[in-house]
Design a binder for this molecule. Structure first.
Ligand code: S3P
Length: 429
């Protein structure tokens, strides 16, 4: 485990940068092209550890995937061409791989087993296992099928109607993928809008999917066809720079070619509500995904209330929004965010403990946190909790801390943003 010590700085964030490809879209582009017939080309693929787990899973199932930097060529053999892996699949730290691949593995005529690292092995899998079993899936696992490792005796599933009880794009996507492989029709009724990349990207692979408000319908027995995908920049990675440029006075930063899908842009809405100086401009569509540039200038921030429908829209950005709130005027209240407890670590506890250690005034609640603004952060030694987004939050905190910030176990940042420190150094001037 490597540590990093970040020294106090008076530099500002300036100039123009790009962030790596979107994690959610990168996973989906490999899964869909791995199931497809024909050769798909994926560019601006996120080469973070999580997405490479999904690549490895398909390689284990006999799909040739060539990688040159952020370009992948996936030689799909179709659903029928997938082979039984000879070894357990290693999903590492990746919740998206674990949940989406469960939907796929349940519906393929193969026997597979899968495991994850210590963090993923604690994360709930029953949210996908239970509804997949309603479609006829045979899945068994640890702790009464709630946790990895899991074993899948894949088979032809039956279409079903699922009324979701969690707001989760991963669960929705797992069930839609299982539905695509099943006999008959599958409907997923969402509890509230979550990121819709599966619905947006499957049609690019020739798969019909119908979206009527919160009801998504897919017909079984569809074979995806190869497609060429360019992955937009990840707004969840951009979020660290959006907040950094907002809280470091005098900053003026432009982040280019970021995915601005309305189911993901809660960070922009939240920061604007806080009074941040942010302009966005959609300049193109990649497939159905809007892509644009984000310009951020340093500004004074106000506290805000975050709850309800907006939460799924910025769920991964709450750690960095919490850091912004320590610098705002007033008290920020974050509610309805109990899902944070089931992320790479319990992010309510990790965010509150970490920000408090750095000198902020923060309290955990059952479903979120309360952050008293106007704090002067002094710095100190913090742990990443093995969670990439906690590690990056700590790094951004160092830009406004009076003393050095040491981040223990910084390597987890490679999960979603391997070039994070390089990019940060490039824009600090
Ligand atoms: C993701 C969905 C979210 C998010 C995760 C990626 C996805 O999880 O936190 O980082 O790609 O579908 P949930 O849908 O479980 O909330």
């Amino acid at each position: 485990m490597t540590d990093i010590q970040l020294q106090p700085t008076s530099k500002k964030l300036q100039g123009t940068m790009s962030v790596p490809g979107d994690k959610s879209i990168s996973h989906r582009s490999v899964i869909f092209s791995g199931l497809a017939e024909g050769t798909s080309h994926i560019t601006n693929f996120l080469t973070g550890e999580d997405c490479l787990r999904t690549v490895e899973a398909f390689r284990e199932m006999g799909v040739r995937i060539d990688q040159k930097e952020d370009r992948l060529t996936v030689y799909g053999n179709g659903i029928q061409g997938l082979q039984e892996p000879s070894a357990p699949l290693n999903f590492g730290n990746s919740g998206t791989t674990a949940r989406l691949m469960s939907g796929v593995l349940a519906g393929l005529p193969l026997f597979t087993t899968a495991f994850g690292d210590a963090s993923l092995s604690k994360r709930p899998m029953d949210r996908v296992v239970v509804p997949l079993k309603e479609m006829g899936a045979e899945i068994s696992g640890r702790n009464q099928n709630r946790l990895l490792p899991l074993a899948f005796t894949g088979r032809t599933l039956k279409g079903a109607v699922h009324e979701l009880t969690v707001r989760s794009a991963q669960v929705k996507s797992a069930l839609l993928l299982a539905g695509m492989l099943a006999d008959g029709e599958t409907k997923v009724v969402e509890l509230g809008q979550t990121r819709n990349h599966t619905e947006m990207l499957l049609p690019e692979f020739g798969v019909d999917i119908d979206v009527q408000g919160s009801v998504i319908t897919i017909q079984g027995g569809q074979q995806p066809q190869a497609s060429d995908i360019k992955v937009p920049g990840d707004i969840s990675s951009a979020a660290f720079f959006i907040v950094a440029a907002s809280i470091v006075p005098g900053s003026n930063l432009t982040i280019k070619d970021v995915g601005l899908n309305p189911t993901r842009d809660g960070i922009i809405q939240a920061m604007k509500q806080m009074g941040a100086d942010i302009d966005t401009e959609i300049h193109t569509y990649i497939g159905r995904e809007p892509v644009g540039d984000i310009r951020v200038r340093g500004s004074r921030l106000q506290a805000l209330k975050l709850d309800g429908e907006l939460i799924p829209n910025l769920i991964d950005e709450i750690p960095i929004i919490a850091l912004a709130a320590t610098q705002a005027e007033g008290t920020t209240i974050i509610k309805d965010a109990e899902e944070l407890k089931f992320k790479e670590t319990d992010r309510i506890e990790a965010v509150v403990t970490t920000l408090a250690k750095l000198g902020a005034d923060v309290e955990a609640t059952d479903d979120g946190m309360i952050i008293h603004g106007g704090a002067s952060l002094q710095g100190g030694s913090i742990h990443s909790y093995g969670d990439h987004r906690i590690g990056m939050m700590g790094a951004v905190a160092s830009l406004i801390s009076s003393d050095p910030v040491t981040i223990e176990d910084k390597d987890c940042i490679n999960i979603s943003y391997p070039s994070f420190f390089e990019h940060l150094n490039e824009v600090l001037r």
